[in-house]
Design a protein around this ligand. Structure first.
Ligand code: TXA
Ligand code: MG
Length: 534
């Protein structure tokens, strides 16, 4: 079969519609990944999708529509919470499963009595659905088992010769497949994480169960509520191993591998500069949206490079990170290597968020606390080279007879931003060394309370980051009481600090400490911090 290449203009769209109406297959761009589309209501057309992809027949397809009104005909009923989700997230990267109506063939639903429906936002996807005049079944446009394509070039590479046409719509903006939520049971259930996050869903739904297949591998005999989750997925040809360690531990591991013919690092942009084997990146450590956009491109790149093995840096799981984690774990066949050495958890948050309460609770549960503020007041942290550099930068008065005069140093360094920068540049490396030394002497997990964790670069030695949050009103009350400050002074102090999103956007786990019993929340966080790959 020759595969036509269609461009995104009106002509290409019209041609795509024509092929689809005639029962053919067209690969189309969406905001998540490219999809392989056919008329969802035509069992013969849908069967061709399974053949072209080599997809098992019991793995159901998602049906794509452009208007909520088209949904009612596809399902047996539309509950209120389904409409609320659609109202909030459509058009966009969310798929909702509900009991199906009779017009949806079992070929489309993979033999199930339910149907997954989504309303994409990509203009070309919408235009093609309209041109076809029917709902379109469209799984990701990869050959079954391989990484999903989110660029035209990768889509064409997968499906050339197997489909009637591929429509070029450029690169997909989300980069991983849609979030799939089931409304078929009593409690809504997240079946697959994606661009719409767990937190966003909870705001609308209240309660939400996380299917075990989201975080782990299904055990033999465990029911696959999303049939797609039981198959090998997203795998490049290389054997991927996910390395669970801090950025620094990751570097030490891959740089110490020795014989590395055919081996690649799959790492964050910050890390790549220091990796001494060939590497492919998948976004910055704290930009999870970029990681989602880049992960599948990186997996395709590993294939282009004929990589045999890849050592992947562990992604964080908060927000869109959960989708990145889920796809990478599947690509790795759930192979995780937990590095030895102390698991350091960075503890961060705004003033008054209640970090100390959280720390105290975690210490009760076996964590050892390193209080960075206390540590930086110890004289043995600063070696003679450091003291010399401080004298050179701020004058010999900051260390008369070689001993640091902290008050004098603070007075001089905090005079202007340049002084603060210089102070950090000189003192952060010895502080990191000291923390590393302390942690090495700890048995069990370590909690690192460091107000300037990111500024000091201490996040490089953290395997996990835990952010504590509380509403501003609660924090204000706590800071006024604790430090005896009038409200204006407390507010001034807040204004000089990082916003909450600075911390939650970098955290692997977030714990709310705004009030109410903290025990159950601590238990949950604790289990996730300590568990393998946690
Ligand atoms: O972003 C996306 O969702 C992309 C684009 C093209 O729209 N499509 C996509 O389709 O990812 P696919 O077929 O690769 O993944 C569909 C997933 C599978 O894991 C499948 O098992 C699950 O959704 N699914 C489909 N219908 C279902 C149903 N009725 N019940 C439970 N899971 C279902
Ligand atoms: Mg797929």
């Amino acid at each position: 079969m020759t595969t036509e290449i269609l461009r995104g203009g009106p002509e290409g769209i019209a041609r795509a519609g024509e092929i689809l109406r005639a029962g053919g297959l067209v690969a189309i761009p969406t905001e998540t990944v490219y999809g392989l589309a056919a008329n969802a209501l035509d069992p013969v057309a849908v069967k061709k999708i399974f053949e072209a992809k080599g997809r098992p027949g019991d793995n159901p397809l998602i049906v794509h529509i452009t208007e909520v009104e088209q949904w009612a005909a596809l399902v047996s009923a539309l509950p209120k919470r389904a409409l609320e989700l659609a109202e909030r997230f459509w058009p966009g990267p969310l798929t909702i499963t509900l009991p199906k109506s009779d017009i949806v063939p079992y070929e489309t639903s993979g033999g199930l009595d339910t149907v997954a429906v989504r309303c994409p936002s990509h203009p070309a996807a919408r235009a093609v659905i309209e041109a076809a005049g029917v709902p379109l079944a469209a799984p990701s446009a990869n050959i079954s088992g391989r990484p999903s394509p989110n660029t035209f070039a990768h889509t064409y590479e997968h499906l050339r010769g197997r489909v009637d046409a591929v429509l070029d719509g450029g690169d997909c903006s989300v980069g991983v497949e849609s979030t799939v939520v089931s409304l078929c049971g009593d409690v809504p259930r997240l079946l697959r994480p994606g661009g719409v996050t767990e937190g966003q869903l909870r705001v609308v739904l209240g309660e939400l169960e996380i299917d075990p297949a989201v975080l782990g591998e299904l055990k033999p005999g465990e029911p696959a509520r999303s049939p797609g989750m039981k198959y090998k997925h997203y795998a490049p040809r290389a054997r991927i191993e996910v390395i669970d360690g801090s950025p620094e531990e990751f570097l030490e591991y891959v740089n110490g591998l020795g014989e590395t013919e055919g081996a690649y690092a799959l790492c964050f942009e910050e890390t790549v500069k220091e990796v001494n084997i060939p590497a492919v990146t998948y976004g910055p450590r704290y930009d999870r949206a970029a990681q989602a956009r880049e992960l599948f491109r990186a997996l395709h790149r590993l294939d282009e490079l004929r990589a045999e093995r890849a050592y992947a840096q562990m992604p964080g799981r908060a927000g869109v990170g959960l989708a990145v984690y889920n796809r990478l774990m599947r690509a790795a066949g759930f192979r995780i290597r937990e590095l030895p050495g102390p698991v350091i958890v960075g503890l961060v948050g705004q003033s008054g968020a209640g970090k100390s309460t959280v720390a105290a609770e975690l210490v009760k549960r076996g964590f050892q606390l390193i209080d960075c503020d206390g540590l930086t007041r110890r004289d043995d942290v600063y070696d003679s080279a450091c003291i010399e550099a401080l004298c050179k930068a701020f004058g010999p008065e900051v260390a008369p007879d070689g001993r640091l005069d902290r008050r004098e140093l603070a007075g001089r360094a905090f005079r202007d931003p340049e002084g603060v920068r210089l102070l950090g540049e000189i003192t952060f490396p010895p502080i990191i060394r000291a923390v590393r030394g302390e942690a090495a002497g700890c048995r069990g997990p370590v909690l690192l309370d460091a107000p300037t964790l990111f500024e000091a670069g201490l996040d490089r030695i953290c395997r996990r980051i835990l952010a504590v949050t509380a509403p501003e009103k609660v924090r204000l009350g706590r800071v006024m009481e604790r430090d005896g400050l009038p409200m204006e002074r407390a507010l001034e102090r807040f204004a000089a600090q990082q916003p909450e999103a600075f911390y939650t956007g970098r955290a692997d786990l977030v714990i709310d400490n705004g009030g109410g019993p903290i025990g159950p929340r601590i238990e949950r966080v604790c289990a996730q911090l300590k568990g393998a790959g946690g």
